[in-house]
Design a protein around this ligand. Structure first.
Ligand SMILES: [Cu+2]
Length: 111
């Protein structure tokens, strides 16, 4: 009985850490339309693990791919297919995402 109790106590902090990490994961849906990335501004908490789910819904755009320079991420955006972009942990401030030529953009603001 004592042994079981001890194991329970030891496993508690581990579970809490795990739960906390899950809580700050933020999945954000973005579309690429004729107006660019929508939404173009995403607010998250600093330290959040951000996962973008990006769907390009138009051919009238040059944003057929998404680029996050500071994360060294580049992904093709096939028409009408959701692409999952895992950005990992977001630092305080601005994280920009753009088309390949840097003309169409949006940003993630962490505070
Ligand atoms: Cu472009």
């Amino acid at each position: 009985m004592k042994k079981i109790f001890l194991i329970l106590i030891l496993s508690l902090p581990l579970n809490f850490t795990f739960a906390a990490e899950k809580l700050i994961e933020q999945r954000v849906k973005i579309q690429v339309t004729e107006n660019g990335f929508e939404p173009a501004e995403i607010k998250v908490k600093t330290g959040s693990h951000v996962v973008l789910q990006v769907t390009r819904v138009t051919d009238s755009t040059c944003a057929t791919s998404i680029h996050i320079k500071e994360k060294k991420i580049s992904k093709e955006l096939p028409l009408n297919q959701e692409v999952v972009v895992d950005l990992g942990t977001i630092k305080k401030g601005d994280t920009k995402f753009t088309c390949s030529m840097n003309m169409i953009s949006g940003h993630i603001i962490a505070d």
